[in-house]
Design a protein around this ligand. Structure first.
Ligand SMILES: *[C@@H]1O[C@H](CO)[C@@H](O)[C@H](O)[C@H]1NC(C)=O
Ligand SMILES: *[C@@H]1O[C@H](CO)[C@@H](O)[C@H](O)[C@H]1NC(C)=O
Length: 228
């Protein structure tokens, strides 16, 4: 009886633990050899030749710069269609984060700027407001919106995988530092994912899903088309 309960608790703990973030590491460090993924022409070669354990291969010759990034100290340019910019400080910029299960980002928002509804498949996100004020929210799988207005110095958490957004409804710029329990949280921006995929998601799929006509679907798709 006692042993069964212990085994059950252990199994539950392991299950909770193993799905909570990136897998834990088995060594001090493993600085990502980003070139093992960057080279498109060689990607198949590397896919065939090197074995990655759910991350990047480790490089042998490392320096302090592999653990360093100076790119989120200053505001990013927000003059894009959404009025917001995410600057990642993840394994792609800091190769030393490979296998460590953490990363940061900075997000800047112009007045009116929106970080549109999106999910991070591999991480929970915690934001700390550097300046300004934001209306933020996430939606549970029961379709309940959990939302709040947060201001400078506040912290807000967005649970792993749930759709969330941040909007600057103030008159001045806003900025946050985001922390993630993944070296590369991944982002699926809902509108872009559905309306700007390559090859495109069929119009009839989106028309039925959104209960509109294919003309409306094409209209939305055209707004996401690259400007030429
Ligand atoms: C390691 O990298 C440094 C800096 O890139 C370089 O100067 C040095 O020659 C490298 N050492 C080896 C053994 O490859
Ligand atoms: C945004 O502003 C920068 C600097 O002022 C400029 O170089 C860039 O072209 C602008 N981008 C767009 C999309 O307007």
């Amino acid at each position: 009886m006692g042993v069964c309960r212990l085994l059950l608790l252990t199994a539950l703990f392991l299950l909770t633990y193993t799905v909570s973030a990136d897998p834990d590491m088995l060594q001090d460090l493993c600085v990502a050899d980003l070139s093992s993924r960057n080279s498109l022409s060689l990607s198949l070669y590397f896919f065939m030749r090197s074995v990655r354990v759910n991350g990047f291969t480790c490089k042998a010759n490392i320096t302090a710069d592999d653990f360093f990034f100076a790119g989120i100290g200053n505001p990013g340019l927000t003059n894009n269609s959404m009025g917001a910019l995410v600057t990642g400080a993840n394994v792609q910029r800091i190769p030393g984060l490979n296998t460590l299960g953490v990363s940061l980002a900075r997000i800047d928002y112009a007045p009116g700027g929106l970080n549109p509804p999106h999910t991070h498949p591999r991480a929970t996100e915690v934001v700390f407001v550097l300046e300004g004020q934001l209306d933020v929210g996430f939606i549970t799988t029961a379709n309940v919106l959990i939302s709040k207005t947060i201001k400078q110095g506040d912290v807000f958490a967005f649970p792993k995988g749930l759709v969330h957004f941040q909007k600057n409804n103030g008159m001045v710029p806003a900025a946050v530092i985001s922390a993630f329990n993944s070296q590369l949280p991944g982002t699926q921006s809902i509108a872009t994912t559905l309306f700007a995929a390559t090859p495109p998601v069929p119009d009839n799929v989106l028309a039925k899903a959104f209960m509109v006509g294919t003309e409306e679907v094409q209209e939305v798709k055209s707004r996401f088309a690259p400007k030429s």
